[in-house]
Design a protein around this ligand. Structure first.
Ligand SMILES: [Zn+2]
Length: 300
């Protein structure tokens, strides 16, 4: 990647932050600070039926109470429809999209119960009429080197098929919005939960089709509840309590595989955590002043 480090945390305003989202927020914040980079917040508010008013502001406040403030104004995806429209025009021009009028019931009939692959029913329909808009994928494996998980490759055609970039109800799909906005915000490093690992090849396919750069990716372990489910609003994960900032941070930190810092303040936690994050990922020490002896802490 070219350019200085730019990372982001991108929550959906569907419920208060919980430990699962905090782990992703903290990892992305630490990685940005450890690289002496910028850390941004993007609110992924493109699904109004699932959203609750006031939640985005509350999420931003809680992050702030935990010592994580965005270095630039927060970007709201609800303001970005024109950009998504522009991306769609480009994909239409290069004939990478088509309209799909399949209903859920149609897809259930053509698919085995366990598969969620789109069978390509409407591929030949072109861009006429209404329905969902799907991205036509190539029969090639798209792979990338995840910083934590190593190589991950996926043949999207076999696993997912042509995927939706705009829903039949007119709402933009996550895959398109995230790709357009990562490029718009010049994100160089994406750090997020491992549930998105298998979404990444789809995002890379869209980046290629739109001529956009591919950031580096780091997927961190998910927080699961006692039943092995990902923490979420649906599983009634408790909200992060900003009055216990240090305890909440320590819990997320230990989930990332570190031993407790024992810090008593948010600032104390940050100092130790950034230093240890830098050590773990073998990141360069801060630039030394002119004339100082050469450091030994160099990346291999
Ligand atoms: Zn269809």
């Amino acid at each position: 990647m070219n350019g200085p480090y730019r990372g982001r945390f991108a929550p959906s305003p569907t419920g208060p932050l919980h430990q699962g989202s905090l782990v992703a927020a903290l990892a992305s914040w630490l990685d940005a600070r450890a690289h002496f980079g910028k850390w941004l917040i993007r609110i992924e508010d493109i699904d109004p039926p699932r959203e609750r008013s006031g939640i985005a502001a509350q999420q931003i406040q809680v992050l702030q109470a935990l010592g994580m403030s965005a270095d630039e104004p927060v970007l709201f995806q609800s303001t970005r429809c024109e950009a998504y429209q522009g991306a769609l025009r480009e994909l239409r021009r290069t004939q990478r999209v088509f309209c799909c009028i399949c209903t859920r019931a149609d897809l259930a009939l053509t698919n085995k119960a366990s598969s969620r692959r789109y069978p390509g029913t409407c591929r030949q329909r072109g861009f006429a009429g209404t329905g969902a808009i799907r991205f036509r994928v190539n029969a090639a494996t798209i792979g990338f080197e995840d910083r934590a998980c190593g190589y991950f490759g996926q043949n999207i055609e076999d696993c997912v098929g042509d995927f939706v970039i705009r829903r039949a109800d007119g709402l933009w799909a996550y895959q398109l919005a995230v790709v357009v906005d990562d490029a718009f915000q010049q994100i160089t490093h994406v750090v997020r939960g491992a549930d998105l690992l298998d979404n990444t090849p789809r995002q890379i396919a869209l980046q290629h089709a739109l001529g956009l750069p591919t950031p580096r990716y780091l997927h961190v372990p998910l927080v699961l509840d006692a039943a092995g489910r990902k923490l979420s609003k649906q599983t009634h994960a408790p909200a992060v309590d900003p009055r216990n900032a240090v305890a909440e941070l320590e819990q997320a930190w230990q989930h990332l595989g570190f031993s407790p810092t024992g810090a008593r303040s948010v600032e104390g936690f940050q100092q130790q955590a950034v230093a240890r994050w830098r050590e773990k990922w073998r990141l360069l020490a801060p630039p030394e002043p002119e004339g100082a002896p050469a450091g030994t802490n160099k990346s291999p």
